[in-house]
Design a protein around this ligand. Sequence first.
Ligand code: BGC
Length: 745
Amino acid sequence: MRSFLRSIALGCAGLIASTSLLAAGAPDPGARVRELLSRMTLEEKVGQMTQVTIDVVSKGPDGRTEPHQLDMAKLEKVLLEHHVGSILNVGVQAYALDHWHSVIGTIQDVATKRTRLKIPVLYGIDAIHGVTYTLGSTLFPQSINMAATFNTDLSRRSGEITALEMRASGIPWNFYPVMDIGRQPLWPRLWETYGEDVHLGAEMGKAYIQGHQGSDISAPTKGATCLKHYVGYGHPFSGKDRTVAWISERMMREYFLPGFEEAVRAGSPSVMVNSAEVDGIPGHANYHLLTEVLKGEMKFKGFVVSDWEDIKRLYTRDRVASSPKDAVRMAVMAGIDMSMVPFDVSFATLLLECVREGSVPVSRIDDAVSRILTVKVQLGLFENAYPDLSLKPQFATPASAAVNLRAAEESIVMTKNNGTLPLRKNARVLVTGPTAAMLSVLNGGWTITWQGDDEKLYPKDKPTVLDAVRAKIGAGNVVYVPGTTFDQQIDVAAAVEAAHGVDAIILCLGEKAYCETPGNIDDMTLDRAQSDLAGALARTGKPIILVMIEGRPRLIRTIVDDARSVLVAFRPGMEGGRAIANILFGDAIPSGKLPVTYPKFPNALMTYDHKPLDIGDMNRYDPQWPFGYGLSYTSFTTTNLRVDNQTLRRSGKITVSVDVKNTGTVAGAEVVQLYVNDNFGSVSRPVRQLKGFRKVTMQPGEQKTVTFTVEATDLSFIGLENTRIVEPGTFTAMVGGLSVPFTLE
Ligand code: BGC
């Protein structure tokens, strides 16, 4: 079970003073890096710390002319004159595999043959749910869905397949996974997280990194991950993207840091910084979190990259720096090793000035460059920086699509079923609603384009929900009426009319594709046009199966009341249409569980692991559906929850076991979830916290015993002194509706 708790011996951060910037977990760069560093000029060093977007080296006035072409003159200037060490992104939209080969090959030709020291470029990409920017790649469910599978093996497999397809594109570095947890449901990047829970997020992220990196990131089918966005970005007070968070030291250490700690331990060699601010300190200026905590306490040996343009914003937006140069000084001295500038090379020029003026010591530059070069060495780029063409046959195989389909099926959560599901395959259905006939809504942002909302760019061979339902039961049994767009009625009357002639209505509602700030909302309530469509259909009396396709929970309480069955599908990816149809018609048995609390009211936003104070006589945890909730077509009972020893010694362990039985008539998978409550603590303790989960597949009538091991460190928390402590006392272990007490000595 838990391991990160065990080894976090975080000191009282406020009191830790690192003796020097370099001492803070600085890596041993190895002889090769040391030798290289000794030969580098200062200009070459600051160049290594500079990252530009591909637009800067591409043809056209803004570098975004389509079809994309590299501009040799610009490329030579950036690499030969400015010594830039890293490039990222695509121009407008995803490239074909062959185009990537030519882009990466050309860049590496200049870098490894024509620069003085022949240092390869580190190319990075947002391969968030698969290789976003390579046409035809395997595009998995988004993170919120992967978390809903509660299946770490699927997370590992998606990491493996993504790394392979990224390397097949010639790219070795992935800006993923998001280890910041998502505890603010309004936030437009909630779907990029593994949800609200510390343990679930850490386990899913760790498995992904293991799959993506293996034990050697230089292996032909492995690559480097980048943890983001460090840290606390996922908890904006306003719910809007890139806005202020207020996270105390205790809350930071209790909820937001453990996932990063676990992922650093899993070997991720890079970290991207929070674009926003926490407690008045912009992420990019936070020496305490970047240098003292990450590089010091966590002993992170990799390098820290800024987010997009965010060093400049210390001056232009946050006004904590008094000039662009001051911003560069501040960020580098806070612990940032590479600047995603990304539209120019000003960072390098300004940093050079800072060093010459003495506001940034050369030792800090050497530390940053060593960290970056070490990762280039670890990736094997000095041996071979070129795309491996032999991987092409392994790109987007049917076997990878099969893993993807399974992940999508396991990620869909059935939250209500009054016997309507599964539908019979000879049923006549009306398919309606704005998310029924689009692939973009199934995938969301970071799909082919940044926003993922350009429907015409999507592959023609992947089915929408409508296509998949037609394929399942025959087009003759399916009537399709759009009903509404996301926020405007189109033909509600036609939908109502069509409803009279069918056995059931598949009502597909939700959100369009979006990413980052463009996804901000002022109201969690689902758009009026959509609820009006639902209301009009409800009045026909025909059974409604509601399918929510969305990046975050949108409030739907009256629609839920009117619906017989509900699937919360979030963003299930390129196989999402098939997966939804398979569940609707019983070819897949739902097993997803909510990785976030699904709220019922706009002003009752509470996570499952709330404090006793949050509830009581007047207040309740009364969401639409709680964290961890999800139904199946079979039923499970859990009995006989027991501990092998009532007393847990400080250095010992106990086991908690429970018997789980499939009492239904079909095979299915249940997620057995172990929660623990610390009955009394010197700091108020959550009513329950997930400490372990296991997904078990069982045949009808089959029974299995699931056993979790609990150690004292699993019960640790951030105490009065803001350090992680273990306190003796009484605890309650809970699985399903059962509970059993035990004592920590
Ligand atoms: C996002 C990051 C992303 C970066 C590079 C930023 O806008 O916040 O998540 O990795 O762009 O594309």
